[in-house]
Design a binder for this molecule. Sequence first.
Ligand SMILES: [Zn+2]
Length: 311
Amino acid sequence: MEYSRQEIRRQRHLERKRRQNRLIVIVVLVIVGIIAGFLAFIFAVSGGSPRVPKVTGLTYAQAGKKVREAKLVIKIDSQQDTSMIKNLDKLKVVKQDPGAGSSTYEGFAVVVQLEGVPLTRASGSSTKAQATAPSQPVQASSPAPAPSASLVSPIQGNPIYPFTKDASISCGHWPSGSQDYPYFGAPRDGNSRTHAAIDIYPAAGVGAPIMAIKDGTVLKIAPFYTRASGEVTYGVLVDHGDFVANYAELQPPAVKVGSVVKQGEVIGKVSGTEQLHFEQYVAGTKDWTRGWYGTRPSNLLDPTEMILKLI
Ligand SMILES: [Zn+2]
């Protein structure tokens, strides 16, 4: 059988068309592959876990900015006594932990040491530090350690979310306009009330121990907040001498009103809210506020900077 010229032309045309279609499919596949590879690369570089930036050599203010941009928090080594230093911002960072490039998670604390700040031992760990330190000749002339005013962290380890305003907004855990932001002064109840505390989320979650940041006396224990599930959470108001703290949203605590608590002593456990709601007041305060409406109560303090140094 012989094809007509017309039939042959038609066959050739169809063949060309098929080749063209195959070529288009191949080109599309290659482009899709390139885009997918590019996206995977971008995610590997920028996504997932934030990397610790290099901050040694920078001032404390510059280092803080850089660390916060990486969605991390900055903290001064608790062994450095900064209580006598007026302007930390201009001091140079001489040491950082973890080192630059380390992989972490959002809200992780980068601990720095600042130039010219004396090293003292945190009072809560002094005995342990002495016991485990390599034996060194004790010099009779060495000055006695200054009475330490240092505080200890109320939680174990790093919190899982940041609690500063900028970091908690940018960390992405809470949607824009949220009424659950953990920072001091955050809006509550449809912006009608203001958050009087910082909310600190220990990694261990429900049941995580909460420690006294300083020696103190328990002034008040009372139901603080009732969860939708019906769980009643408690506040423990502690007189720490130069300030008063409310450790709130805890399970029914083991301590009693009038109990003397030592620094580092467990005063309660985190409830189903998975957070420590921490309020700070001026010395002499006898009761807590329920968040404030309108003007901030004159006895209420912002604990953010103090706690940042401990966590
Ligand atoms: Zn709170």
